[in-house]
Design a protein around this ligand. Sequence first.
Ligand code: BGC
Length: 361
Amino acid sequence: MRKGILTLTTCTALLASTVAACGDETETAAPEKKGRIGVILPDSKSSARWENADRKYLKEAFDAVGIESDIQNAQGDKTSFQTIADQMITNGATVLLIVNLDSGTGKAVIAKARSRGVAVIDYDRLTLGGGAEYYVSFDNVKVGTLQGEGLVKCLTDKGAQKPIVAELNGSPTDNNATLFKNGYDGVLKPKYDAGEYVKGPDQSVPDWDNTKAGTIFEQMLTGQPKIAGVLAANDGLGNAAIAVLKKQKLNGQVPVTGQDATVQGLQNILAGDQCMTVYKAIKKEADAAAELAVALATGEKGETNGTVKDPETGAEVPSVLLEPQAIFKENVKDVVADGYVTKAELCTGDFAQKCAEAGIQ
Ligand code: BGC
């Protein structure tokens, strides 16, 4: 079937130039006919990772194997997402890598692609009911578990007694946000049930919108001024909460979590305003996705390390899931050592001193 995908798209591409070449068996089997990989990133505001890390690492991975790629960003617009996908298919993409804006958008793209013989990889976010060929991501429940455990560690370090915990969850339309929440609630719920912690406000942030997160957290803190810990699902949401806490001079006293090891998140950790973040080695994610995309484009079977069940269809999607890592002030240096952020971007101005204290070389 994958061979079929290649032949069909190769023919489509060849049709544009020379119709005669299409039926030629040797032409279609030629290794250089790998086509083009289209990548659709979701936005550039919900996390710095998409433009700063994913774009760069994906481009490098495709360049390294000499396959052409077209990487675009839907900027949070579901109609653009669809249009970009259509254009990529028309322009001869053999494989699409998508980070869906919600499962509905992803599903429509996968269905269209499939009808044109174009394979799709769900990159980072699973499209529920979509049926992509592959799914490449991190163990997202583990991400949430690390956040929950991280918050517990920071609250314990502060000697918090019966802390009221607020939860600022990711977008309700992102399956990852559900998985993160499953992870951290798995840690926090037993604490609530045992009366060790008090469950405070718990709200999702539409589209991971950082501005909305600020408004939501402002309302949370007005309604419950004694919030003593904030489980924020990523660094952007965490930063929005920190900005509100700053206005009440509560920053640094109320631990806040995050995710993505963004420069802003790491600086908030160095400043003592954020308790932890979760580092996901995006280079590994991009490399794994690129490898599978090339396999699909060349009709080979790709290497996966498991399957993920699509809760809508029950289908087991062949997947690559990578391990996330918890980052606290003590090991911010690991993220720099891994090359994910540079000392130059992180250790600016007042952070130079804090970087030195944190052993960042
Ligand atoms: C990603 C996170 C990101 C969030 C907002 C999630 O699906 O896994 O890394 O912070 O989307 O873009």
